[in-house]
Design a protein around this ligand. Structure first.
Ligand code: UDP
Ligand code: MG
Length: 324
């Protein structure tokens, strides 16, 4: 008997699709219809729209849509908790033997979903996607995203490939592991490679956002990048040691020069400018290091409060953990 095959999958729901949405009223109905077409062949599926505290008409649109659509559920977070938290909320409600996350703005083409499912049926536990970086992505986003992954991969323990999208399929086993993770500030893209498991990758051509503008403001992007780096690596903390070495070397050179001037040339270097330069340099370096420590400390504080990653204000399906 082969005991190494994947466990029995006797889930009533085969595929769950989680759609995090923040002010996506214009995008949701079309996406839900499209997904339902694509998933029609599946044994049983559910679509869960996680409303990340939208302030537009998303809630009204969803209430109407649920009334007339089967296999559709709605989870509303009490405020805007951010994309990663919305994804986690979706994962914690999903019932499927496999869970797919997809953006609400039609940038992740539903046509790719069957490819993800096919890979899963081949026996992969995680199917990630990578966007073919094409012209559609604004140059600024492309550049900053490349730089971020370059830094992250140099610092981190695991490699996160650039262009990795939050469009992926996770087997139930993986979803359970993620649901059990206590950290509130989870950077899923870094966490997924860390988990291991059998992973396949599918490439897709990213589409234009159908309606509205990006919901990732520069602030949210920076915050995600900081979370990613702090979650993946402690190297920035060690930079202070490097800086100390650098300053010490500079000091030795400068002192040697000053002594040489004094004893060989017989004159002292005039003081004001050199003192100001030194004081400011040291001050700036210390502030940078303090900032780095603060970034880590702040996150430690946040985690130590043990608050949940998201708060749900309304849900049309029971939470998994609440079930017998
Ligand atoms: N999103 C979210 N909460 C946020 C920001 C974004 O749930 O605070 C959702 C958004 O509705 C979309 C997905 O996350 O479904 C990706 O966001 P967006 O398309 O704005 O990001 P981009 O594609 O520009 O990186
Ligand atoms: Mg988008």
């Amino acid at each position: 008997m082969n005991t190494h095959t994947t466990p029995v999958r006797n889930f009533e729901t085969e595929i769950s699709v989680v759609v995090p949405a923040f002010n996506e009223a214009a995008n949701i109905p079309g996406l839900v219809a499209h997904l339902r077409d694509i998933l029609a062949d599946c044994k049983a599926f559910e679509i869960i729209v996680v409303d990340d505290g939208s302030t537009d008409t998303t809630a009204d649109v969803m209430r109407e849509l649920i009334a007339e659509t089967t296999n559709l559920s709605y989870v509303r977070l009490s405020r805007n908790f951010g994309h990663q938290a919305a994804l986690r909320a979706g994962l914690s409600y999903a019932n499927g033997a496999a869970v797919i996350s997809i953006d609400a703005d039609h940038q992740h083409p539903p046509e790719v979903v069957p490819k993800l499912i096919a890979k899963w049926r081949e026996g992969y536990d995680i199917v990630t996607t990578k966007r073919n970086d094409s012209i559609q992505i604004p140059a600024f986003k492309r550049l900053t995203s490349r730089a971020f992954y370059a830094i992250l991969n140099r610092l981190g323990e695991v490699t996160v490939s650039p262009g990795m999208a939050d469009f992926r399929l996770l087997d139930r086993r993986v979803v359970n592991v993620i649901n059990d993770m206590p950290e509130a500030d989870l950077f899923l893209r870094g966490m997924i490679p860390w988990l291991g498991f059998r992973t396949a990758n599918v490439e897709f051509n990213v589409a234009e956002r159908l309606h509205g503008n990006t919901k990732y403001t520069l602030r949210k992007m920076t915050s995600l990048a900081a979370a990613g780096i702090v979650a993946q690596s402690m190297l920035p903390l060690r930079i202070s040691i490097l800086l100390a070495g650098f300053v010490a070397a500079l000091t030795v050179i400068y002192v040697t020069y000053a002594l040489w001037r004094l004893f060989v040339n017989g004159d002292a270097i005039p003081g004001w400018a050199s003192v100001i330069v030194c004081v400011n340099l040291i001050g700036a370096l210390q502030l940078i290091v303090l900032g780095v420590i603060g970034e880590y400390l702040g996150r430690v504080l946040r985690e130590s409060r043990r608050r949940p990653a998201f708060v749900v204000s309304e849900a049309t399906l029971p939470h998994r953990e609440a079930r017998p």
